[in-house]
Design a protein around this ligand. Sequence first.
Ligand SMILES: *[C@@H]1O[C@H](CO)[C@@H](O)[C@H](O)[C@H]1NC(C)=O
Length: 178
Amino acid sequence: MENFVNGDFIVFLSSLINLKASPPIISIISSAMPMHKHKVSVHLLSFQALVFFLSIFIHFSHCDVGTASHYGPPFLPTACYGKDASEFPSSNMFASAGEGIWDNGAACGRQYQVRCISAAAPRTCIPGQLIQIKIVDRAQSTVSRPSRDGTSMVLSTTAFQAIANASASLINIEFQQV
Ligand SMILES: *[C@@H]1O[C@H](CO)[C@@H](O)[C@H](O)[C@H]1NC(C)=O
């Protein structure tokens, strides 16, 4: 058992129980482990196995936690599509990427599911609301300025008010690329 490196152990586990475990979960768990330690204690392996099995049973999915602000028109031009308005979803569910997810422009067109988890003022989040947005711009260079700088993403007013009280300038969010 001690000869397994961390990642191998997880892959071994998943093949052992013949699960179609999602590769992201395996890679998340693997990447969370120090790669330079090739010998790990049985205790640590047990803990990792526990996390792994728990993740299956509670349908754990990898979400990031961050913040969101909002912005209104004018939206053009954008850092992603210039003056091309046809890239905007007709639902108006879109957002600008903060630097953390901008990814040197690769974020353009990516879709995220976003939910509001908390805010400074109580009852700001609309309970149970999950939206899906498309990244169309870079937050730091949008034409109209966000309600708050430096957030993970800046939601269109339409998107923001679908999950939170629109009079808030900042909310805490959970988001996941889809
Ligand atoms: C939104 O927040 C404002 C300011 O806190 C408050 O006056 C208003 O009633 C809230 N709106 C809703 C729908 O809760």
